[in-house]
Design a protein around this ligand. Structure first.
Ligand code: AMP
Length: 368
C-alpha cells in the first residue's frame, strides 16, 4: 500500500513513522518553499513546481493508493484533480468547510452543535454591527489563514474597531462573541470507510502565548456527562460528513456545556500523547481509517500527557526519565517553533499533572 501525504511537516513525519510498521510506503508533496527536514528519509519528496499536469504528479508520487493531508491549508482544487486517480481522505469538500471559519461554524450549528455566537463580516460596519449585537466583548478572526492566535483581534469597544487597519476590516472574517469558559479541551476521533468510529478520551489543553504547551488525558476536571457529550458531538460530525480519517474538535468547557471552537480535519497536536499510551496512536488510526482497516484501541489504561518543545533544543539525555518518551521532528531551532514533544504516562491524573508541570518547568524555567 502506498500513501501520498500533502505536506512536509511534523504531522506528515509522524504519520509516516506510524505507517512503516504496517508495511506502507510514503511519498510527500508540497512546494519548493516548504522545509522538508521533518520527512527526510521517510519517503519520496515531490515538488509541485516540477509537474505541470496532474498525471505527471500522480506518476511522480508513485501512483499512490490513497492521498491524505497534514493540514487544512491546502489547494483543494488540486486535490479534486488527484481524486480522479485515487481516493483523497478526508474528502476535499470537508477540508473546504474546515479551512473557512464561517463555513465551519455554520456547518457545526446545522448539525445541532453549539459554537460561540458569531457573524461573518466583510467591512468595518459589519464588525460594528456584530459587536453591538453581542452581550459581551468579541474576537475577530480571519475566515482563513489564522492559527494559534494569529490573525485575531480582541475587540471590546467601537473605538477598538475604529482603530483596526482597513486591510483587516475588508477581509472575510468571523466576529465571535467571547465565550466564558473554565478550560479548553479537544476530542480526537477516527472514522473508517465502513462507518466505524473510535474516539479517544477528551484531552485538556494549556497554551503558552497562544501555542499549545501541555495536553493531559483524560481531561481531569470533565464530568462523565460532558465526556459522553464530546464523544456524541464528534461522532455526529464524522457521520454527517461521511468522514474518513482522524478529525479533531476543540471545545470550550462552559457552565452550559461544551461549545465548539474549531475543527481540524487531520491529526492534531493535542493527540500526540496517544503515541505512548499503549493503544493505537492517532497517526496509526488515521492510516488504518484511510486504508480501510479496522480501527485500533483508543482507550488507554493510564493517564497520558504531553509537553510541547517550543523553540527549545532538548536532547534525549536531557529529557528521558523512566516514563518519558521524546519525539523530535528534525528541525533547526527558531523562537517558538514546534521542535518536538515529550509524552508522559502516570497511574492517575493527579500525578500526571504534577509530572507535566515539573517537566514544563525543567524545559522552560519560569518562562511558562
Ligand atoms: P483559535 O485560533 O480559534 O483556536 O483561538 C486561539 C485562542 O483564543 C483559543 O485557544 C482561546 O483561548 C481563545 N479564543 C478563541 N475564540 C474565543 C472565543 N470565542 N471566546 C473566548 N476565547 C476565545
Amino acid at each position: 500500500m502506498r500513501i501520498a501525504i500533502k505536506g512536509t511537516g511534523q504531522l506528515a513525519r509522524m504519520m509516516a513513522l506510524a505507517g512503516w510498521p504496517l508495511g506502507y510506503s510514503f511519498a510527500f508533496f508540497g512546494s519548493k518553499q516548504e522545509n522538508t527536514s521533518c520527512i527526510e528519509g521517510l519517503g519520496d519528496i515531490i515538488f509541485l513546481e516540477d509537474h505541470a499536469d496532474i498525471d505527471s504528479l500522480y506518476d511522480a508520487l508513485g501512483k499512490p493508493d490513497v492521498i491524505t493531508v497534514e493540514k487544512e491549508e491546502v489547494d483543494t482544487t488540486l486535490l479534486r484533480k488527484l481524486q480522479q486517480h485515487c481516493p483523497i481522505y478526508p474528502d476535499p469538500d470537508v477540508i473546504d468547510i474546515c479551512r473557512h471559519r464561517g463555513k465551519e461554524k455554520n456547518w457545526i450549528n446545522e448539525q445541532g452543535i453549539p459554537t460561540a455566537n458569531y457573524r461573518v463580516t466583510a467591512n468595518r460596519d459589519d464588525i460594528i454591527a456584530a459587536l453591538n449585537s453581542f452581550s459581551s466583548s468579541a474576537i475577530l478572526k480571519t475566515c482563513s489563514g489564522g492559527y494559534d492566535g494569529y490573525n485575531q483581534w480582541r475587540l471590546k469597544t467601537e473605538q477598538d474597531i475604529q482603530d483596526l487597519d482597513d486591510s483587516v476590516c475588508v477581509q472575510d472574517c468571523v466576529m465571535e462573541e467571547m465565550v466564558n469558559f473554565s478550560t479548553e479541551v479537544s476530542v480526537i476521533a477516527a472514522r473508517n470507510s465502513k462507518g466505524e468510529v473510535a474516539v479517544y478520551p477528551v484531552t485538556e489543553n494549556y497554551h503558552r502565548r497562544g501555542t499549545l504547551l501541555i495536553s493531559e488525558a483524560p481531561a481531569p476536571d470533565l464530568s462523565e456527562e460532558l465526556e459522553a457529550e464530546a464523544q456524541r458531538m464528534i461522532a455526529t460530525l464524522l457521520n454527517a460528513s461521511n468522514y474518513v480519517g482522524v478529525l479533531a474538535m476543540e471545545c470550550f468547557v462552559t457552565e452550559n456545556g461544551l461549545v465548539v471552537n474549531e475543527l481540524a480535519p487531520r491529526v492534531h497536536n493535542s493527540g500526540h500523547w496517544t503515541m505512548n499510551a499503549g493503544i493505537a496512536s492517532q497517526f496509526e488510526n488515521h492510516l488504518r481509517a484511510i486504508t480501510g482497516m479496522p480501527l485500533g484501541n483508543t482507550k488507554p489504561a493510564k493517564a497520558g500527557g504531553m509537553v510541547n518543545l517550543l523553540g527549545v533544543d532538548v536532547t534525549a539525555k536531557d529529557a528521558l526519565g523512566e516514563d518519558a518518551y521524546l519525539h523530535l521532528y528534525n528541525k533547526s531551532v527558531k523562537p517558538n517553533r514546534k521542535m518536538g514533544h515529550i509524552n508522559l504516562q502516570a497511574d492517575d491524573s493527579e500525578s500526571l499533572k504534577a509530572q507535566l508541570n515539573a517537566l514544563a518547568k525543567q524545559v522552560y524555567g519560569d518562562d511558562i
